[in-house]
Ligand binder design. Structure first.
Ligand SMILES: NC(=O)c1ccc[n+]([C@@H]2O[C@H](COP(=O)([O-])OP(=O)(O)OC[C@H]3O[C@@H](n4cnc5c(N)ncnc54)[C@H](OP(=O)(O)O)[C@@H]3O)[C@@H](O)[C@H]2O)c1
Length: 351
């Protein structure tokens, strides 16, 4: 009889709002189990453990890292704490799933990734959409757009109210100095890097609104190298607009569209592909050919936890490509912040 491997035992650093979603995913994934939660506040830790079915609590983050029954940690702390706790987790021999944005800057991200590499543990950021089956469909459909995709436009926004700017970590420059670029732009940038197959060669960006020193409405243009010249991505991210989370990927022969690429429906995720559409007969006839590709019953955070847990249980080898993509995304974020700080100048990025 085949021996059933024991599940990956997860510890969570901080009773964060987003942790509720990933702890549920740990329950739903057949190879994972949330065993420990640490909080700065023991009452909060106990309440979280009870409500979300976590076996035990720790009085601080360090004590959870010393727990020998924890294989992997999930870090949903404010961004400026990611470096310290990722490095400490790696040194304690724990695999690390760290929330995005990975760090305050690329130097910190490099230190985190290096610590995980040195310790022989997995590093991954918490970008759930990358694990959705819909992304595999996007990859397989790219050739239908023509030679290669040459234009990507994407936006992610939600509207924060006065309470949000006053009380949420996203309104605190000590916690989240990258503002909407780190919180929302991160997704659009990663999508552009995935689709264009690597890092842009330069960016231009502008912060249109600030909350103190925090950008809260930013647009950016990313130039990617291509055989026929420059390929572009144009992204928008904002805490000032309604919820929007779209991406359009365009090539010479067609376009692909997702209206909910960050958080799609778990029962029905749609990808629209439009090819061979045209205006004919002096623009009187609009001929359209649209395919609607539907992926049913995929819970992206469960897929992410399952994949990570397989690695932590040694069912699959370490996957360094996740750290590489995080690092690339962070470098683009750095370039966007640098460009916006000097009024939108072109900032080159080393290959
Ligand atoms: N991947 C996604 O889909 C997704 C979605 C939402 C958010 N996120 C990311 O996840 C991270 C957390 O976001 P969230 O909305 O869940 O935030 P949150 O509810 O404020 O949680 C942050 C947690 O960090 C801990 N913490 C430690 N030091 C802190 C400090 N000085 N100030 C505030 N909190 C501190 C707190 O836990 P204790 O008090 O229990 O120690 C707190 O609960 C952010 O980086 C965000 O960008 C990712």
């Amino acid at each position: 009889m085949k021996e059933v491997a024991s599940p990956c035992r997860w510890g969570i650093l901080g009773a964060a709002s987003i942790a509720r979603k990933n702890v549920r995913a740990m329950h739903l994934a057949d190879n994972a189990r949330p065993v420990a939660i640490a909080s700065r506040n023991p009452v909060k830790a106990a309440a979280f453990a009870e409500e979300h079915g976590v076996d035990r609590t720790h009085r601080d983050y360090e004590s959870l890292l010393r727990d020998p029954d924890v294989d992997a940690v999930y870090i949903p702390l404010p961004t400026t704490l990611h470096r310290e706790w990722t490095v400490r987790a790696a040194e304690a021999g724990k695999h690390v799933l760290c929330e995005k944005p990975v760090a305050a800057n690329a130097t910190d991200a490099e230190a985190m990734i290096e610590a995980c590499r040195d310790a022989g543990v997995q590093f991954m950021d918490g970008l759930m959409f990358m694990h959705h089956e819909r992304m595999r469909r996007v990859e397989s459909m790219l050739p239908r757009l023509g030679a290669e995709p040459n234009l990507l436009t994407s936006g992610f926004s939600f509207r924060g109210d006065a309470d949000f700017f006053e009380n949420n970590i996203r309104g605190d420059v000590e916690a989240e100095p990258l503002g909407c670029v780190g919180d929302l732009g991160w997704y659009c940038i990663r999508m552009a890097i995935e689709v264009m197959g690597g890092i842009p060669e330069a960016v231009r960006a502008r912060h249109h609104r600030m909350h103190g020193a925090i950008p809260i409405h930013t647009t950016a243009e990313l130039d990617f190298p291509g055989p026929d010249g420059v390929r572009h991505a144009m992204i928008q991210c904002s805490f000032l607009h309604p919820l929007r989370q779209w991406v359009e990927i365009c090539g010479p022969d067609g376009a692909m569209w997702m209206e909910d690429f960050v958080i799609g429906s778990p029962t029905e995720a749609v990808l629209r592909l439009e090819t061979e559409s045209n205006l004919t007969d002096r623009d009187l006839v609009h001929e359209r050919r649209i395919e609607r590709i539907v992926v049913e019953d995929c819970v992206q955070e469960v897929e992410m936890i399952r994949r990570f847990s397989d690695i932590a249980r040694n069912d699959r080898p370490l996957e360094p490509r996740w750290a590489t993509r995080s690092h690339e995304t962070q470098r683009v974020v750095d370039a966007i912040m640098a460009s916006a700080s000097v009024g939108g100048a072109r900032i080159p990025i080393d290959p």
